[in-house]
Design a protein around this ligand. Structure first.
Ligand code: AMX
Length: 438
């Protein structure tokens, strides 16, 4: 079989040549302009980043290398080996994101073996994680754990040894595969430490997701399937989101992939981004306990009442809205379909479904949000909860394990294409005023 490394090596020269040609022949072609609104308003829609691995359409949602989520589910290798039978393997999506090619089952399995072989943590990482206070947020612990593993970075060593620029991507790939391989044990150690006995049991006969579930302490094959879906859909969401962008930005300084992705994780830990998945479950639990205490039924009417209370208190409805999307997130839809298939009678799933019926109307009436529809985070927690994974403070860590695959696949291409230091121009308020008063 053609290995991942061979597949990439065959692609790099042509991609480099194409980008050089684009710059040389069309470098001055204008693709947009920037308004004061955009300058002050978080650079929404400003086209200023190159991203190979995925693209986000406001209406249609994410495409991974041109494939929608249902298309990925139809063509990517699964655990059983029968394509279309079950959720794609995370390894098969990783291969797709890195190479743009759909792997064979054999190729996906070879990547599983490679990741397992790279999964051993440096000896100091678990003792360090064990020493952290249990009340420290799991995302803080994840970032610390990954940074601690940076002692093994091949990229930073190669840089210190003075390797030529055209070889950076080879060393970056080493680190990228190792970061993805090592994150599950870091994550599982945190979970087992904070909520259980600290013991982590691996099963390297399984795929990446299945082994991760065993390390977390779950052995239900249906939960393995959920984890495969979960880890696939959270990987990548084009380049502008805060975690991917932070990884790309830090990496552009030639910080190695460990340090770069720790930057990404710290961005993911914010409540407007990845932390929203814990906030959704918190919101639902608060809603339930309020109405249970009042002896009121949780239904469309009481949910509406609670939603207005949240909005009137000046808070956001977690799991709704998006900076780019203007329709229901297909990552929400595929989780809903998973629930309909595997847990149709789950009470919390029904509650989420009722929220989905009323919330867009409420947010439209509220009149501020650009997108009144649910995003990925609005559904992920209730699926986990069904399987007994109720520690919602931890949910963003799962997102963090997954997002590494997308953000770091792009980081490989950042180095292979020789993308430069990212350094946009900032302007002062005085300068903006001078532009309009001229
Ligand atoms: N509930 C209440 N108000 C909301 C809202 C929501 N779910 N979503 C947006 N708004 C408000 C904004 O706070 C803003 O208010 P302001 O004018 O007083 O500042 C106004 O509506 C306009 O915002 P927008 O253009 O619709 O959104 P944005 O691009 O600025 O922000 C996002 C996008 C995701 C941060 C925002 O929708 C939000 O806060 N949602 C809730 C948190 C969430 O679910 N985050 C996860 C997103 C997906 C992810 O990254 N994992």
């Amino acid at each position: 079989i053609t290995t991942l490394q061979e597949t990439l090596a065959a692609q790099v020269p042509e991609k480099q040549a194409k980008l050089t040609q684009l710059k040389k022949e069309h470098g001055s072609h204008v693709i947009g302009n920037v308004t004061i609104d955009q300058c002050i308003g978080g650079a929404r829609s400003v086209k200023c980043m190159l991203w190979e691995t995925s693209n986000l359409d406001a209406e249609e949602g994410i495409r991974f290398r041109g494939l929608t989520i249902p298309e990925c589910q139809a063509v990517l290798p699964t655990y059983s080996g029968k394509t279309g039978d079950g959720e794609p393997l995370l390894e098969s999506l990783f291969w797709l994101l890195l190479t743009g090619e759909v792997p064979t089952k054999e190729q996906a399995d070879s990547l599983t073996a490679e990741l397992h072989a790279r999964s051993t943590l440096p000896a100091h990482v678990v003792p360090l994680l064990n020493s952290l206070p249990k009340q420290m947020h799991p995302m803080t612990q994840l970032s610390i754990g990954l940074m601690a593993a940076q002692t093994e970075s091949k990229f930073s060593k190669a840089y210190a040894d003075g390797v030529p620029k055209k070889e950076y991507h080879l060393h970056a790939l080493e680190d990228i595969l190792s970061v993805v391989a090592q994150l599950p044990e870091i994550a599982a150690t945190i979970y087992r430490n904070v909520y259980f006995d600290g013991k982590v049991n691996k099963d390297l006969s399984l795929d990446y997701s299945g082994n991760f579930c065993r390390m977390l302490g779950y052995d239900d094959p249906s939960f393995d399937e959920l984890m495969r879906l979960y880890l696939c859909i959270h990987t990548d969401h084009e380049g502008g989101n805060a975690s991917a962008h932070a990884t790309h930005l830090v990496g552009s300084t030639l910080s190695d992939p460990y340090l770069s992705y720790s930057g990404g994780l710290n961005a993911l830990a914010g409540p407007l981004h990845g932390l929203a998945n814990q906030e959704v479950l918190k919101w639902i639990q608060e809603l339930k306990s309020k109405f249970d205490a009042e002896g009121k039924e949780v239904n469309a009417e009481s949910i509406t009442e609670f939603a207005w209370e949240t909005l009137k208190a000046g808070k956001v409805i977690p799991g709704y809205g998006h900076a780019v999307l203007r329709k229901t997130d297909p990552r929400y839809t595929c989780q809903r379909e998973f629930a309909l298939k595997h847990i149709p009678d789950d009470p919390l799933f029904k509650l989420v479904d009722t929220i989905y019926q009323v919330m867009p109307g409420i947010l439209k009436e509220h009149g501020k949000v650009a997108n009144p529809y649910p995003n990925v985070d609005s559904h992920s927690g209730v699926l986990l909860w069904h399987y007994g994974f109720t520690q919602y403070q931890y949910y963003t860590v799962l997102f963090g394990v997954s997002r590494a695959v997308g953000a770091l696949s792009q980081l490989y291409w950042d180095r292979a294409l020789g993308l430069p230091l990212e350094r946009p121009k900032s302007v002062t308020p005085e300068w903006l005023w001078s532009q309009v008063q001229k």
